[in-house]
Design a protein around this ligand. Structure first.
Ligand code: FES
Length: 189
């Protein structure tokens, strides 16, 4: 039997008072607010990233010309590249995005070059009489196969060759890309 001086260690259960109810209510409100805020935040992030996702699609191959439009003697022909273009947050359908030289190197084999000079970005011309490409800006010259012709050419590399394939028997498709000018390495931009 406990003596008169003994103190019990058990604490009586305190019923939830107004302060505790307030705390629970506020916690629930914060949690619901956080959950409902996440949904628009994720949607906003997806919209923000969308142009970046679309940019990847710009690197798809583009139909340039028909195989029959290229002379069989290997003389290059210049073609404008027309494709959908994503600029910052806008998508512009069917606009000129560059130009390429195409030449036959076999019955069904094509070589494709970007027309931009790798030195500083001018457009090169093809000189039929010299059978080579020339840049009017600082006089780089390139052989018909794209390699540097004159060793004094300031261009640090030959013309930028592009991936090309023939589809549906007569269509020439090119994976059009621009590359950083001024360096030996071919770095896509
Ligand atoms: S831009 Fe072509 S040689 Fe300089």
């Amino acid at each position: 039997m406990p003596g008169a001086g003994c103190i019990s260690m058990e604490q009586p259960e305190i019923p939830p008072g107004p302060k505790r109810r307030d705390f629970i209510k506020k916690s629930c409100a914060v949690l619901i607010g956080a959950v409902t805020g996440i949904v628009p935040a994720i949607s906003g992030l997806l919209v923000f990233l969308d142009p970046l996702r679309r940019k990847a699609q710009d690197n798809d191959a583009v139909l340039i010309a028909s195989l029959s439009s290229l002379p069989v003697d290997g003389v290059p022909r210049k073609f404008t590249v027309v494709a959908d273009h994503t600029d910052a947050w806008n998508r512009m359908p069917r606009v000129p995005i560059g130009a390429v030289y195409l030449r036959r190197i076999g019955e069904r084999q094509i070589q494709a070059f970007n027309v931009i000079c790798p030195h500083a970005g001018c457009f090169v011309d093809y000189d039929l009489s010299k059978k080579s490409y020339h840049c009017p800006c600082h006089l780089s010259s390139f052989r018909v196969d794209g390699k540097i012709a004159d060793p004094k050419s300031p261009s640090p590399r030959g013309l930028d060759e592009l991936e090309v394939e023939i589809r549906s028997n007569n269509e020439i498709w090119v994976k059009f890309q621009n590359f950083r000018a001024g360096g030996k390495e071919k770095i896509p931009v």
